[in-house]
Write a protein that binds this ligand. Structure first.
Ligand code: FPP
Ligand code: MG
Length: 319
């Protein structure tokens, strides 16, 4: 697996500073809300969003302290969204450990997430520079994306454009924000900022498609196989296969009232047979290629290399 080791040492150091700041933010919460946040903050994580932010900031000569604080802010937003997502998705595990709501209860997990969103807003206002509106707009986008995700449960006819819309909102927007904040700190031009935002959004969607593929692999991403399918959340591979399955066999299987984890090998086999895994792989690659093409001629090679290394940490390969 490609790890943070493929990043330049400055960004590995940056990741450590971000992790420290994230813990300090979590520690500032009153105890009933603190422990679910700090417990999750301490688990190993890819830190893609703050790494993107740090990489984009390298386009200029930013204030290092502001960049670390902004990196921790995007990780805090991500962490808060995960606390909520695991309640919504009824997930038992997160990052290889128990999901917060299974330890402290749903109410405390949801309230801890809300406290983190508020803390991130305060942090954005304190950092200054007019970034707070952008942060708040993104949080609203995340909530909307998660709502779309909830509404489409058990929808075996969800169209690809509708799937992409929800992936852009629930995942792409936070990746986009991370790039935009880094670009702002670098003092990037409007054109470059736009391109970096588009890169982040496309990378986020490609990452979400890959994440959907993990629902077929036992304990990949720290959760058991089939977790999403059991909730009726059919990811990109299954949706592509459903669209191609004129027999109706796959829809019948995933909509069965007796559907269980034991059915996942049969779902996987049918999805593969109908070309769903291959189609999802192509979709991820198309978004990934589009993300990189957006940067062509705009970003110097050293920053491009770091952005590509970040996509590799996410499991996406270079062109
Ligand atoms: C993970 O998706 C979830 C997200 C990327 C976004 C979650 C956003 C929210 C819960 C909105 C909360 C916002 C407010 C303001 C309360 P996934 O379930 O596909 O990924 P997973 O496999 O990591 O669980
Ligand atoms: Mg989830």
């Amino acid at each position: 697996m490609v790890t943070a080791a493929s990043l330049p040492p400055e960004l590995t150091e940056f990741a450590e500073m971000v992790a420290g700041r994230l813990l300090a933010l979590g520690d500032s919460l009153p105890e009933p809300l603190r422990s679910p946040v700090t417990a999750l903050a301490r688990r190993p994580a890819k830190r893609l969003r703050s790494t993107l932010l740090g990489a984009c900031a390298r386009l200029g000569a930013p204030d290092p302290d502001r960049v670390v604080r902004l990196g921790a802010l995007v990780e805090l937003l991500h962490l808060a969204s995960l606390l909520h997502d695991d309640v919504v998705d009824r997930a038992a595990t997160r990052r290889g450990g128990p999901a917060a709501h299974t330890v402290v209860g749903q109410e405390r997990a949801v309230l801890a997430g809300l406290a983190c969103f508020a803390l991130a807003g305060m942090e954005a206002a304190a950092i200054g520079g007019g970034l707070d509106q952008l942060v708040s707009r993104t949080v609203a986008g995340l909530a909307y994306g998660e709502m779309l995700d909830v509404e489409r449960a058990f929808d075996t006819a969800l169209s690809l454009p509708d799937y992409l819309e929800l992936a852009e909102r629930k995942t792409g927007d936070l990746f986009r924000l991370s790039c935009l904040l880094g670009a702002a700190e670098a003092g990037a031009t409007a054109d470059l900022t736009l391109a970096l935002g588009q890169f982040g959004a496309d990378f986020g969607v490609a990452f979400q498609v890959l994440d959907d593929c993990l629902d077929f692999r036992a304990d990949a991403g720290g959760k058991p196989a089939g977790t999403d399918h059991l909730m009726g959340l059919f990811g990109a591979p299954t949706l592509c296969a459903l669209a191609a399955d004129t027999s109706g066999e796959l829809a019948e299987l995933v909509l069965s009232p007796w559907f269980s984890e034991q059915d996942m090998p049969a779902v996987r086999a049918l999805v593969a047979l109908r070309g769903g895994l291959a189609a999802a792989g192509r979709l991820a690659r198309e978004r990934y290629e589009r993300a990189l093409t957006t940067l062509d001629g705009l970003v110097p090679p050293d920053v491009r290399r770091v952005l590509v290394a970040t996509t590799e940490i996410a499991g996406l390969g270079p062109r």
